[in-house]
Design a protein around this ligand. Sequence first.
Ligand code: F3S
Length: 80
Amino acid sequence: MNVLREASPSSGVLRVRIDRGRCQGHARCVALAPELFEVDAFGDTRELGGGVVAGHLLEKVELAVANCPELALAIVRERA
Ligand code: F3S
């Protein structure tokens, strides 16, 4: 998923989103990118910091997306 690397940092804000309908709590995302995800007190995984992906975390978010067995993660770009 090299789309992220091709994007200019000035072309918007990247966010990672968890599709709650798909997520089954495997927590691979938390293990691979603890800067971006956490398991809350109810055992649900959620995005940290509103899901904003800082530039230095692009590789980690790509890894998390690629390793979610439920395909529950998506990266969206919001216009600045
Ligand atoms: Fe859910 Fe996938 Fe993470 S199933 S807990 S989004 S690895």
